[in-house]
Design a protein around this ligand. Structure first.
Ligand SMILES: [Zn+2]
Length: 112
């Protein structure tokens, strides 16, 4: 009966049902990847109020480059997101970001 007792004890000490997700650091929200252009440029949706790039390199280091409004996109972006698309580009890794739909200005100037 010793084996049973040990198992019970182990379960009792574990407060989380699924220890896999019990890591202490909560995962940071990640910008959603919506597309990858033919030249390998990633296109993501910005998180609300996001101003710095959330891309990570192979070593897991955060890019944190500035996202700047970008007007010089080529025909591929125009085709996919419109000629007057609101596009932001990381000045460091060149990842493109589209504005977050939850982040529309509430002025009501947008009309469809
Ligand atoms: Zn970047």
């Amino acid at each position: 009966m010793r084996g049973w007792a040990t198992v019970e004890c182990y379960i009792g000490r574990s407060p989380m049902a699924n220890p896999k997700y019990a890591a202490s650091d909560t995962p940071a929200p990640v910008a959603e990847l919506v597309d990858t252009l033919s030249d390998g440029t990633k296109v993501k949706i910005r998180l609300p109020r996001m101003r710095a790039c959330g891309e990570k390199d192979e070593k897991g280091k955060l890019c944190a480059g500035h996202l700047k409004r970008w007007f010089f996109f080529g025909s591929e972006v125009k085709q996919k997101f419109g000629a007057d698309a609101e596009v932001y580009r990381c000045e460091h890794c060149k990842t493109l970001y589209l504005p977050n739909p939850d982040e529309q200005p509430r002025t009501g100037t947008l009309s469809y």
